[in-house]
Design a protein around this ligand. Structure first.
Ligand SMILES: [Zn+2]
Ligand SMILES: [Zn+2]
Ligand SMILES: [Zn+2]
Ligand SMILES: [Zn+2]
Ligand SMILES: [Zn+2]
Length: 393
């Protein structure tokens, strides 16, 4: 009995010991137990419209914790139309997944007015659109039509030595400038410069050719006037600008009247007056050059010059006196100056071949010249060429 009791006591002691150890261990665990202490939640992964986001936090011990963030809403785009399958749908503009689909079976679009989206210009296409109540939008390109230019306008006239410039513009404000080629020299009629016949370019005035001429000698001189043919045998008479230091300034009355051997006459720029009948019935006279100093021509001065072909009256002459060119039956072309104010009676009396009168002025200026009603009696049909138009007789 005693032994049994002893055994029991031994067992009991072991058990007690074990319990005490266990209690001690539990006590230790309770005293030294670690409680996690987490930091702030931090964004670990952004949520999107098709995936969750994650927030994460850490304890000093290295332990971490995650929590889920809700997905974002889809971002709804515009209607997209699928004509073939008769439906429309909206996609998310972020993830591109289809969010809404609607059937359009048996719907036919009814469009409103075209609305300009992008204004068309001359060089860039425009855009217009129209919409149906269903939301369908149709777009159409408006083709750029290109510029509508005005005619070329000369800014700088070309000369024989320099190019010109021309410009054209479009109402849009765009303009183009182009060069105008230089002109070619064109030799004009000669002009008298002292004893030289000079041929200027009609475009630029440059002298293209110069010819010395021999003045006639033996003419009958009276003071500063030519009084007659004298002993001169020339058929092409060149009146000198001066004789023995005296300037020749006029052709006397009847100076070459009835001279039937002369073919041409050149009158220098120093001569101012041509007297009445000066060349009356000079029947073989074909060409006459009047210097540019002349401003008065007498009556009948070239009357009955039956071979005279053409004549140019210089600027400065204001009156063509009575019968100046009467019976010049070969005269076909006359040039008249802008200074002309008056045409007296019978100026071109029976100039039966006169076809062209070149007037250095406008039609209005021609009409304002005082004309005797019989100034052209005996002529056939002629044209008056003015600078801005022609007048037919
Ligand atoms: Zn911890
Ligand atoms: Zn989405
Ligand atoms: Zn529609
Ligand atoms: Zn334009
Ligand atoms: Zn030229």
């Amino acid at each position: 009995m005693k032994k049994l009791l002893y055994q029991y006591t031994q067992k009991h002691k072991v058990l007690l010991c074990l319990i005490a150890i266990l209690m001690l261990a539990i006590l230790c665990l309770l005293i030294f137990r670690h409680i996690h202490s987490y930091g702030e939640w931090e964004l670990y992964k952004e949520p999107s419209c098709n995936s969750y986001g994650i927030e994460r936090r850490y304890c000093n011990c290295g332990e971490m914790q995650d929590r889920r963030l809700d997905m974002l809403d889809h971002t709804e785009g515009d209607w997209e139309f699928d004509e073939i399958n008769s439906l429309r749908q909206k996609r998310c503009t972020v993830c591109q997944s289809i969010i809404t689909t609607e059937s359009l079976t048996n719907h036919s679009h009814t469009f409103g007015e075209w609305i300009t989206v992008q204004q068309v210009t001359c060089t860039t296409n425009g855009l217009q659109s129209r919409a149906c109540d269903c939301g369908f939008k149709q777009e159409e390109i408006i083709k750029a039509p290109g510029h509508t230019f005005t005619d070329w306008e000369t800014i700088i006239y070309a000369s024989c030595s320099e190019v010109g410039l021309k410009k054209r513009s479009c109402p849009c404000g765009h303009s183009e400038i182009q060069e105008i080629d230089t002109l070619e020299h064109i030799m004009g009629n000669w002009i008298l410069n002292g004893i030289y016949k000079e041929y200027p370019c009609i475009n630029c005035g440059d002298i293209l050719k110069s010819e010395a001429i021999q003045t006639s000698s033996g003419l009958n001189i009276n003071g500063s006037s030519i009084a007659g043919i004298g002993t001169c045998k020339d058929v092409d008479i060149v009146i000198p600008e001066e004789v023995d230091g005296v300037c020749i300034d006029s052709i006397n009355k009847k100076a070459f009247q009835y001279s039937n051997s002369i073919n041409s006459v050149i009158i220098p720029n120093t001569v101012k007056f041509i007297g009445d009948y000066a060349f009356y019935e000079a029947s073989s006279l074909k060409n006459i050059h009047l210097g540019n100093g002349i401003y008065d021509i007498g009556e009948h001065a070239f009357g009955s010059c039956a071979n005279l072909q053409e004549i140019s009256i210089p600027e400065g002459v204001t009156v063509l006196r009575e019968n100046t060119f009467e019976y010049c039956s070969s005269l076909h072309s006359v040039s008249l100056p802008n200074t002309l104010e008056s045409l007296e009676a019978l100026v071109f009396f029976y100039c039966s071949n006169l076809t062209d009168i070149y007037f250095n002025g406008s039609v209005d200026e021609w009409n304002s010249i005082e004309k005797h009603e019989n100034w052209s009696v005996g002529t056939d049909s002629y044209t008056i060429h003015c600078t801005d138009g022609n007048i037919k007789s």
